[in-house]
Design a protein around this ligand. Structure first.
Ligand code: HEC
Ligand code: HEC
Length: 360
């Protein structure tokens, strides 16, 4: 009898403690999305499972809308001029149009080419050297970097707190009006993590609703034999770090991945970028040294600089004759996702002149 009573007391105690733990856990995660309108993460047919699944950051319409507003808000930068969207322009697949380096605070510029933003949920690591390993942490780099937005999180929070609109949006996204750094980062990740590119001519060809021209078809075969080992379908990147023999710019002295790992075998290796949307995201490579797709293709033929870490696949270069170059480029142009480039959902919510758009 006594043991039963003790067991019951122990069980009650356990239930009580457990409920306390659950409660403290749920209040600790009150930064998780609390919006009322859940959104389903988009996973296109044929794509692998994403790495970032919004598990600790419930994707909701409210959180997405807040992230979208933050992404396009210059007030997140010190002088009010540099929103995320100022360097990551939608029509250029969220890269910086026509600039090797992007303009940032105080007339300075970035040291690397702004990366096009899409399919980020499939990536484990970010930046050309993979120096950042979480989508929700990534924005801290541009927000605080002196040559980008040059702001501190505290000042951003103070600025946003003054805005009634923001207080309302934080409430509808997270349950109360509190504005914290973590919530800002989570909301931004709801926006950036939702940018999916999977509606190009190539994708429609795969679904059987578009047909390649003979050029594109021949280019696709050339791509499969020569480029797919590093830029494989459907993401068109294997997300590894490789040295493709770009000569070192002795002014920038950028050794890429080695800066992060400290290992000499990573010298001059950079993250393999996706080939999706390259027709609109020039210039190319980590330092924006090539202005055209043709220059990139020619690089693999005759500009490869030999060094100990040069990728084994590129020891002899990859050469194409003129007709093959035309075919290959025709194929690469099928990877442009005009739906994304024109999507109202991902556009600047303040931009009233954004017409020729499909409102979805
Ligand atoms: C001044 C220009 C500039 C601004 C402003 C800027 N970025 Fe960037 N962004 C860059 C550059 C340059 C890189 C590449 C950095 C590197 O590799 O070291 C980059 C890289 C990224 C990446 C990594 C993509 C990948 O595939 O690895 C993400 C994500 C990103 N930016 C999001 C943002 C967000 C969110 C903001 C606003 C909080 C922002 N950026 C503001 C220039 C900018
Ligand atoms: C050994 C792996 C490898 C192979 C093979 C390869 N690439 Fe690349 N590619 C890379 C890496 C790594 C980069 C980025 C280098 C940098 O940023 O400095 C890159 C960059 C590019 C870029 C620039 C994209 C951008 O957004 O800056 C283009 C275009 C490109 N490759 C096309 C091709 C084509 C076409 C082929 C086939 C002929 C090919 N690549 C074969 C690894 C490879």
């Amino acid at each position: 009898m006594k043991t039963i009573r003790i067991t019951i007391v122990a069980m009650l105690l356990f239930v009580f403690l457990f409920s306390q733990i659950v409660q403290s856990f749920s209040s600790a995660t009150s930064n998780n999305g609390k919006g009322n309108t859940p959104l389903q993460q988009e996973i296109p047919d044929g794509f692998p499972m994403p790495h970032y699944k919004f598990e600790q950051n419930k994707l909701t319409q409210e959180g997405f809308d807040l992230g979208r507003k933050l992404f396009y808000d210059g007030r997140l930068s010190k002088d009010g001029n540099f929103s995320c969207g100022s360097c990551h322009q939608q029509f250029a697949a969220f890269s910086t149009y026509d600039h090797s380096f992007s303009h940032g605070f105080n007339n300075s510029s970035t040291q690397r080419n702004a990366i096009a933003l899409f399919n980020l949920a499939w990536q484990k690591e970010f930046h050309h050297d993979g120096g950042i390993n979480h989508l929700e942490v990534q924005p801290l780099a541009p927000l605080t970097s002196p040559n980008e937005m040059a702001e501190t999180m505290n000042t951003i929070i103070q600025k946003l707190k003054k805005e009634k609109d923001y207080r309302k949006m934080f409430k509808s996204s997270f349950g109360d009006e509190k504005i914290t750094g973590q919530r800002i980062l989570k909301a931004l990740a709801q926006f950036t993590g939702s940018i999916v590119s999977a509606d190009s001519k190539y994708d429609r060809m795969k679904k059987g609703i578009a047909t390649f021209t003979p050029y594109e078809e021949r280019g696709y075969l050339l791509y499969k034999t020569n480029c797919a080992s590093c830029h494989p379908e459907p993401l068109f990147t294997d997300l590894s770090y490789r040295n493709i023999g770009l000569s070192l710019d002795t002014f920038l002295n950028d050794f890429g991945r080695m800066k992060i790992t400290g290992k000499s075998e990573d010298s001059l290796k950079f993250k393999v970028p996706s080939l999706r949307n390259i027709a609109v995201s020039a210039p190319f490579m980590h330092d924006g040294r090539y202005q055209s797709i043709k220059a990139c293709v020619e690089h693999y033929g005759n500009k490869i600089n030999k060094s100990t870490t040069l990728d084994s696949l590129l020891q002899n270069g990859i050469r194409f004759n003129r007709a093959q170059t035309v075919d290959l480029i025709a194929f690469l142009r099928t990877l442009t996702d005009s739906t994304l480039l024109k999507s109202y959902r991902f556009s600047d919510p303040e931009n009233k002149s954004f017409n020729n758009i499909d409102k979805h």
